[in-house]
Design a protein around this ligand. Structure first.
Ligand code: PLP
Length: 386
């Protein structure tokens, strides 16, 4: 089968990921941080080593500010709802957000009286217009810019370096959703002035499902959105104030964290080849699909590097129908519909049709890209004959 649904969850994973998880289940097993015995210490070591490796790779100064949750969504919720909001505070975001940012923002808007500006500049207009729009959206009470690093629908990369410069100058915190870029584009929180960064383990990093992280750089005051057992300061009725326990309640996913560690080690080995390889593949895909009569590809073709996502439609055929044909006749996996990002479809006027999204990864090949283009060509032609 051809697996072009890497943006939903990557597949396959490096074999060391499952091996590390099996080792954690079969030979460690104990509860990390909840006992002084050897196995509990080994479980804690897995977690501490993974915090350190994560901090090192993403340029976060303090491994204790690498917080593990079950996915990116919970990390984004912790970052957004954990800030102390006042009625009248303001947030800037984009019209290209996944529901995992949009819904928590809409929640604090409704519950806490925070206002939200959604920036929508066309991709073809380039970065300058986007930055101008961010600059113009700033109000005296703007506290946070929360946005995706790249669109999960079109693959558009946003100019976060310029955004964080503007934010820092205006004393505004930044939260970057790296769900679609971690593992595809190098990220360094310190160098890129990012205050909070979130990524899931199961996408570009090639780790397992069930693990994600929120990384915090510098002094960001967050309140926990969950309270409970931490294995430390157990006599206190209050959440311990020491990080990471302060923001991580309940038993952690040790096997998932072990798998994430293995994935990060593999990522370090291959990171130099990722950008060139994925760029060649996704540019070939974009070019090949754009040349087919009746196919519309979304997003600009002029980027030197796009994250390896190509979203398209054939004439006005429903995207779900195309994805079903690809699955049943060609054994090709893609995603169709609105991809948990309805605002993007409103902006691009594709709400009803959705889009077919082909998303690639480091293990996909040129042959697969060519086969995919031929399949779309055939499908497009078959509809013309009807
Ligand atoms: C941009 C973006 N943000 C957040 C998420 C949510 O990730 P998870 O399902 O791992 O919480 C996704 C998943 O597709 C995404 O693409």
């Amino acid at each position: 089968m051809i697996y072009f649904d890497q943006a939903a969850s990557s597949f396959p994973k490096p074999p060391s990921v499952a091996e590390a998880m099996i080792h954690a289940v079969n030979f460690v097993g104990a509860n990390p941080g909840r006992g002084g015995h050897a196995l509990a210490r080994q479980a804690s070591d897995i977690i501490n080593n993974t915090r350190e490796k994560t901090a090192e790779i993403f340029g976060c100064s303090d491994p204790n500010k690498v917080l593990f949750y079950q996915n990116a969504t919970i990390g984004l919720n912790q970052a957004i709802k954990g800030l102390t909001w006042k009625d009248g505070d303001h947030v800037i975001t984009t019209a290209y957000e996944h529901n995992s940012i949009r819904r928590p923002l809409e929640y604090i808007k409704e519950q806490l009286g925070v206002s939200v500006t959604y920036i929508d500049t066309p991709e073809e207009a380039g970065s300058d217009l986007f930055i101008d729009a961010v600059q113009n959206a700033i109000e005296p009470n703007t506290r946070l810019i929360a946005m995706t690093h790249a669109s999960n629908v079109t693959g558009r990369i946003f100019p976060i370096n310029e955004v964080t410069k503007v934010a820092q100058k205006n004393d505004i915190l930044t939260l970057i959703d790296a769900s679609q870029t971690a593992g595809h584009i190098p990220i360094d929180m310190k160098k890129q002035r990012i205050d909070m960064l979130v990524f899931p383990g199961h996408k570009g990093i090639l780790g397992p499902q069930g693990i994600g992280a929120l990384l915090v750089e510098g002094n960001v005051n967050l309140l926990p959105i969950h309270h409970g057992g931490t294995g430390t300061f157990s006599n206190s009725p209050k959440q311990p104030e020491k990080w990471p326990e302060y923001l991580e309640s309940g038993t952690l996913n040790t096997p998932g964290i072990a798998g994430l560690h293995a994935a990060l080690v593999e990522y370090e080995k291959r990171k130099k080849e990722i950008v060139p390889r994925e760029t060649i593949l996704s540019n070939a895909l974009f070019k090949g699909l754009s040349a087919i009569e009746g196919v519309t590809c979304y997003g600009t073709s002029s980027v030197t590097y796009r994250i390896p996502i190509v979203a398209f439609n054939i004439e006005n055929i429903n995207s779900q129908e195309v994805s079903m044909i690809l699955d049943s006749h060609y054994n090709i996996a893609v995603r169709a519909g609105v991809h948990c990002s309805p605002l993007t479809h409103e902006a691009l006027k594709t709400t009803d049709q959705g889009m077919v999204r082909a998303s690639l990864g480091i293990y996909n090949t040129e042959d697969e890209v060519n086969e995919f283009i031929s399949a779309i060509q055939e499908i497009a032609e078959s509809y013309k004959e009807i």
